[in-house]
Write a protein that binds this ligand. Structure first.
Ligand code: PLP
Length: 444
């Protein structure tokens, strides 16, 4: 017969047994889906869309009863960031293309991009006929200023810094280096809309910046993006590039007479429906960010007690939008085991299940997963842009190992999306699952 003490000990052992080893999981319900802006959508967005539909004016430049939603969004977004000019576009990828066209990027130029990014960053450089040169990241998971400096050559024309996974890069240090070497600085803020460093919004440090409002982003209209700058010439060029290559007058009519603005347009105009949705989402953005930030920092605080879990270095915690939590472990096997165990505890969304993965599973964010870079694929049959004479002698090196710090961090880290609608109970579950896994697998 069992005595009382043994029974309690057995209960404790069952409670502590990991779900992966047949124990009871912390959660059986999926966590909420991550899409931050979507979680806060309600009748306000519906009304905004209805307003545009009733106006029967879906094109930004003219219509039956034009509401000027896109134009108003541009002013409101520029004001929110504290920049002079904004051009709304139909995607973050489009924004990158427009920004590089505005900057005049082309063959014979190297543009430095970080090892952790999104395929669109490399694609925009390649589509312009220039060569992306990889620089390593550091424990901020963003461009490492030291690696950046090492990879600058006489052919380098600019830097694309990407504020990854919700938190700003060390953009001030990067800005200094850019200025010192007379390079342009493009900030890709797709994953960090609304982030700040010492109160200054990301997107206001470089010469030009891009944003995405695709559905995974902090605010969304399903698809959408924006290019912002304080430089009037860059604005005019971005504006022309996103449209038909020319300026427009106040009435939205094309102005073909400006010899400086006779470019090649790329057709990335935003429509009024999405402009109207974005105006509502922008008003909600502070609340969306505050919610993710609160959840993430409550979890981070609890994880701070676990010495075997390394937390991502955050340049300015106040300015982190909070959309992702990255934790790093001693070696790849431990990271993999922890991730598997957390997922078994129910720290995952269903059915997609991509809200909590090993970073090596994080697809086209990792330079060595971008097959087009590895294989140097081309759009044409003649090997554009790799084979261009202007590009001969430029550094074309993308194989795994090019960025060793990134390689090691990707293998040893896991990334968990922090939904913008987490309840305290759900935060408790995440903390409890980490604690359970920590005690079983990591605590010595
Ligand atoms: C860093 C980064 N840049 C650019 C983009 C491209 O944005 P979009 O999907 O709106 O084209 C994304 C989208 O995921 C991104 O994460």
């Amino acid at each position: 017969m069992q005595d009382g003490k043994t029974a309690v000990r057995d209960d404790k052992a069952i409670e502590n047994r990991l779900a992966i080893d047949g124990g009871k999981p912390v959660r059986t319900e999926p966590l909420p889906l991550e899409f931050p802006g979507v979680q806060h959508m309600d009748d306000e967005e519906v009304q905004a869309v209805n307003r545009v539909m009733r106006s029967r004016s879906l094109f930004r430049y003219y219509g039956v009863n034009l509401q000027k939603e896109v134009e108003t969004f541009e002013s409101e977004f520029a004001k929110f960031l504290g920049v002079s000019h904004a051009v709304a576009v139909s995607s973050g990828t489009g924004a990158l293309n427009v920004a590089l066209s505005a900057l005049g990027v082309g063959p014979g130029q190297e543009v430095i991009v970080p090892a952790y990014m999104w395929i669109s960053v490399a694609a925009a450089v390649v589509n312009h006929g220039a060569i992306p040169v990889l620089a390593d990241i550091d424990d901020t998971f963003c461009l490492d200023p030291k690696s950046l400096e090492e990879r600058i050559s006489s052919k380098t024309t600019g830097i694309i810094v990407v504020h990854m996974s919700g938190a700003p890069a060390d953009v001030k240090a990067i800005q200094e280096i850019g200025r010192h070497h007379n390079l342009f600085l493009l900030e890709d803020c797709a994953q960090c809309v609304g982030g700040t460093i010492k109160g200054q919004r990301v997107g206001t440090f470089g010469n030009i910046a891009t944003f995405s409002f695709q559905m995974n982003k902090n605010m969304t209209s399903g698809e959408g993006g924006c290019v912002v700058t304080n430089n009037l010439r860059l604005y005019h060029r971005a504006f022309a590039s996103h449209d038909l290559g020319y300026a427009r007058d106040d009435q939205g009519r094309l102005n073909l007479s400006d010899p400086d603005l006779c470019l090649w347009g790329q057709g990335y105009r935003l429509d009024e429906l999405r402009g109207a949705v974005l105006r509502v989402q922008l008003r909600k953005l502070p609340k969306i960010i505050a919610s993710m930030h609160r959840s993430k920092y409550r979890i981070r605080k609890a994880l701070g007690n676990f010495s075997q879990i390394q937390l991502r270095k955050i340049v300015d915690p106040e300015g982190d939008t909070g959309s992702f939590l990255i934790t790093t472990y001693a070696d790849p096997e431990t990271a993999s085991r922890v991730n598997e165990a957390l997922r078994a505890e129910g720290i995952v969304t269903f059915p997609q299940g991509i809200s909590n993965v090993l970073m090596t599973e994080w697809g086209l964010h990792l330079y060595y997963n971008i097959a087009g870079l590895m294989k140097r694929t081309s759009i044409d049959r003649r090997g554009f842009p790799w084979s261009l004479a202007d590009n001969s002698g430029l550094r074309i090196q993308y194989s795994k190992g090019t960025c060793p710090v990134a390689d090691s961090l990707f293998e040893r880290s896991i990334i968990l999306a922090i939904p913008s609608s987490l309840t305290e109970r759900e935060e408790d579950d995440i903390i409890h699952a980490f604690e359970k896994v920590y005690k079983a697998l990591l605590a010595s």
